[in-house]
Design a protein around this ligand. Structure first.
Ligand code: HEM
Length: 593
């Protein structure tokens, strides 16, 4: 006596099986309903079906007396068996075919943009699939500055040229007049940077730097008053205290390491202090200690990492990739910390009715006007997180830029003692005229120091290129090129700063290039360490005051010299997009008696 299993496959109008009850019976039976198929089979005949029936996904199965044709189900053991047999025989076709299709689609996706410059008759560098012109950067062989330099010189004599960062076409603008048009005169056609960030994955990136119009304009208008010279004056005392702390830290370091110091590290503490007090309202002794979370998380944001490199590469292939992979712009622990720190300060100030003339105050006013204001239509409202994100950007944009610029300056002053002496003489002379008082007006009057800083930023601009995106179709004045809406633009600051046409002997450190007379001889659009136009660095004047105070403190108390560990020439880290010295900057400090 055989045991028979009966499988009921209920077919829908397309002949697809929808439900599959099964039961075991001793006697065969037949269900006759117009939409029920009844098939049966002897269990021992088909191990494949037995397996499938257990999971209740095996549908109907033709038995000996039930031909394949009579089975209305799409899945039947015979066809499964056949296809299985075919798969085994032709497995390589089954693997290779989909792979080939995927690779072909990916290939066409990667090269689909490569005709852009040819069509527009713009000179361009021939790209290679996937990487465009970006292979050496992707492999970490070149720093972006070397990459942009090479391309800048490939287009020598031209006003602009095309390149591909992975598959994204960029227009590199070299001509100072077009640069001015893009950044200043026709700013309304290029109001955004076009640097993508997924704000849902990275809420703290939803700040002035990444924001696009119209939100950017609203928040920029709210924050600009914090950077007027009047406001900077009132912040001076706070920054001066950070200067005193810097001198204490230098003393501690000198006692620890003989008289040699890695200056980027010590100046990093100083710029952390300044932003910590002015933008996060923290108490000084809670900030710059190496063990303090503010310092620790601050450092972690800029530590080169694979995450950063990977993020950049994804971004250049297509921003959609970042949406899927959700790689963070900054480490989560760091952004959580900054979020909590700012909220705590805000709550404390509200509860204790504290008013201080600093960025925190300005951001709190922006919060009142843009977040809490009930008169504002919903679509114009900002979120609490966007306010915190703008405190965060003050830190992210102002910490590393300031500390590396002062470090590069000290490096150059150490290598050329005559320039160092001249800077010190100016400080001492003006100090004696100012009764030994260091204040905001005194700092503004240090013209030679201004020239030293300007030349440092020419040689070492922290951002090696600027970015803009066309918000509408734009015809370049006196030219046939029409830039399409959405086109991304690169302005290669570093390469322009080293162009001998504008700056003879660019490798030399010559502050006199920035005397009033020499500056007047050069066209505008060729000196851009802070960018230019409405979107230029909002913190420029703040940074200048902060840097000058550090110089005055250091140069009046110490002479700086190169030491054995000083790297000449300096090497830059390939892992970050900013200009960061690979091995730090070591200098010898001798106290002036
Ligand atoms: C040596 C110091 C600094 C340098 C060289 C520098 C350089 C720059 C550059 C090149 C830009 C892009 C400008 C453009 O696209 O045209 C920028 C933007 C910005 N910087 Fe700075 N920066 C410095 C210090 C600071 C400081 C101290 C702060 C804040 C306290 C700051 C806040 C910002 C912000 C918020 C933006 C975005 C502005 C916007 O899109 O509206 N920067 N900076």
């Amino acid at each position: 006596m055989f045991t028979y299993y009966y499988y009921y496959g209920l077919t829908n109008k397309y002949g697809d099986l929808e439900t599959i009850p099964w039961e075991k019976q001793e006697t065969p039976s037949k269900h006759d309903s117009h939409n029920v198929i009844i098939t049966r089979r002897h269990l021992t005949e088909c191990s494949l079906c037995l397996h499938l029936s257990r999971t209740a996904t095996a549908l109907v199965c033709p038995i000996k007396e039930c031909s394949v044709d009579s089975c209305l189900s799409r899945v039947c053991c015979v066809s499964l068996k056949r296809s299985r047999a075919m798969f085994t025989a032709n497995w390589w076709i089954n693997v290779i075919t989909p792979c080939t299709i995927i690779v072909t689609i990916a290939y066409y996706f990667c090269v689909s943009t490569f005709k852009r410059w040819e069509k527009l008759n713009v000179p361009y560098i021939k790209p290679i699939p996937l990487f465009g012109n970006f292979l050496n950067i992707a492999l970490g062989k070149d720093h972006p500055l070397e990459f942009y330099n090479k391309i800048y010189y490939e287009f020598a004599g031209r006003k602009y040229g095309g390149l591909f960062q992975m598959r994204t076409p960029y227009l590199m603008v070299r001509d100072p007049e077009i640069i001015n048009d893009v950044m200043i005169k026709d700013f309304s056609s290029f109001p955004d940077r076009g640097i993508y960030s997924d704000f849902t994955a990275n809420p703290l990136s939803n700040n002035l730097f990444f924001m696009e119009n119209p939100q950017w304009k609203t928040i920029r208008n709210k924050l600009s008053p914090a950077f007027t010279s009047g406001k900077l004056k009132t912040m001076y005392d706070q920054i001066k205290k950070c200067g005193d702390e810097l001198m204490k830290n230098i003393d501690i370091d000198l006692n620890k390491n003989g008289n040699e110091i890695e200056v980027r590290d010590i100046l990093g503490k100083y710029s952390t202090d300044v932003i910590g007090t002015c933008a996060f309202g923290l108490k000084l002794n809670a900030i710059s200690d190496d063990e303090s979370p503010f310092r620790k998380y601050g450092k972690s944001i800029f530590t080169p990492s694979l995450r950063m490199l990977f993020r950049e590469l994804c971004l250049m292939i297509t921003p959609a990739l970042l949406k899927v992979i959700r790689v963070k712009d900054f480490p989560t622990a760091a952004t959580d910390f900054f979020h909590a720190a700012f909220k705590e300060t805000m709550t404390y100030r509200i509860e204790n009715k504290i008013v201080r003339n600093d960025f925190v105050h300005c951001l709190m006013q922006a919060r009142n006007d843009l977040v809490l204001n009930t008169d504002l239509p919903k679509h114009e409202k900002f979120t609490e997180t966007q306010i915190v994100a703008n405190a965060f950007v003050m830190f992210a944009a102002g910490f590393e830029t300031v500390s590396t610029t002062v470090s590069y300056s000290l490096y150059e002053l150490a290598l050329d003692k005559s320039i160092q002496d001249r800077a010190r003489e100016e400080i001492q002379l003006k100090l004696s005229k100012n009764d030994g008082q260091i204040n905001h007006e005194f700092l503004m009057d240090l013209n030679y120091l201004d020239m030293v800083i300007a030349e440092t930023l020419r040689k070492y601009p922290p951002l090696v290129a600027l970015f803009r995106k066309a918000s509408q179709t734009y015809r370049i004045p006196n030219d046939s090129l029409i830039i399409e809406k959405g086109q991304k633009i690169i302005i290669p600051i570093y390469a322009i700063h080293y162009d001998t046409k504008y700056y003879p002997e660019p490798e030399k450190f010559i502050p006199e290039r920035f005397s009033v007379e020499e500056k007047a001889k050069r066209p505008s659009g060729i000196y851009l360490p802070f960018g230019d136009g409405p979107r230029m660095c909002i913190g420029k004047r703040f940074a200048e005051m902060e840097m000058k105070l550090a110089f005055v403190e250091i140069l009046t108390k110490f002479e700086v010299f190169p030491c054995e560990k000083t790297e000449v020439p300096l090497k830059y880290s390939n892992k970050v997009l900013t200009l960061m010295p690979k091995h730090g900057i070591w200098l010898r400090f001798n106290r002036i008696n």
